[in-house]
Design a protein around this ligand. Structure first.
Ligand SMILES: [Fe+2]
Ligand SMILES: [Fe+2]
Length: 164
């Protein structure tokens, strides 16, 4: 059964996904401003994916006959340091999102809402993927240290990411 508690949890998660989208767009804007267009493009795709995550849940709430309530989206930071610092912030943020989705999954189980449980499987798998991708970039950035040619190479590589 689709309960009010699950509906509230989903609405809360929609807000978190949309905040993620906003956060990554702010990071994209930062990379544009420091002429790292590959990083900027990667973050823009990431931002679009987060909007899609929010919309997936938005649509799902309606499918269950629920009500979507949109809350204010928090302001993301505008100032950032090195690409490595930014990517570490992304990983930190994604880990929080993972914990939040897992808590939502626990709630669906507790409420015996099996349909929501199944829907959330997709998100649980997606979080594994996201954390891995960001971790790979962090490792790559660590390996190049402060070598400018290395950074240019990573920037070029990240620029190949296309919208999925
Ligand atoms: Fe997401
Ligand atoms: Fe994410």
């Amino acid at each position: 059964m689709f309960t009010k508690k699950v509906q509230d949890g989903l609405n809360d998660q929609i807000n978190k996904e949309l905040f993620s989208s906003y956060l990554y767009l702010a990071m994209s804007a930062h990379f544009e401003s420091v002429n790292l267009s590959g990083f900027a493009g990667w973050m823009k795709v990431q931002s679009q994916e987060e909007t899609e995550h929010g919309m997936k849940m938005y649509q799902y709430v309606f499918e269950r006959g629920g009500r979507v309530v949109l809350e204010a989206i928090a302001k993301p930071a505008a100032e950032y340091k090195t690409p490595l610092d930014v990517m570490k912030k992304v990983l930190e943020h994604e880990k929080k999102v993972t914990a939040s989705i897992e808590a939502l999954y626990e709630l669906a189980l507790k409420e015996k809402d099996y349909a929501s449980e199944v829907m959330l499987h997709w998100f649980i798998k997606e979080q594994v993927e996201e954390e891995k991708n960001v971790n790979d970039i962090i490792e790559l950035l660590k390996s190049i240290g402060d070598n400018p040619a290395g950074l240019a190479m990573v920037d070029q590589r990240l620029g190949f990411r296309k919208k999925g």
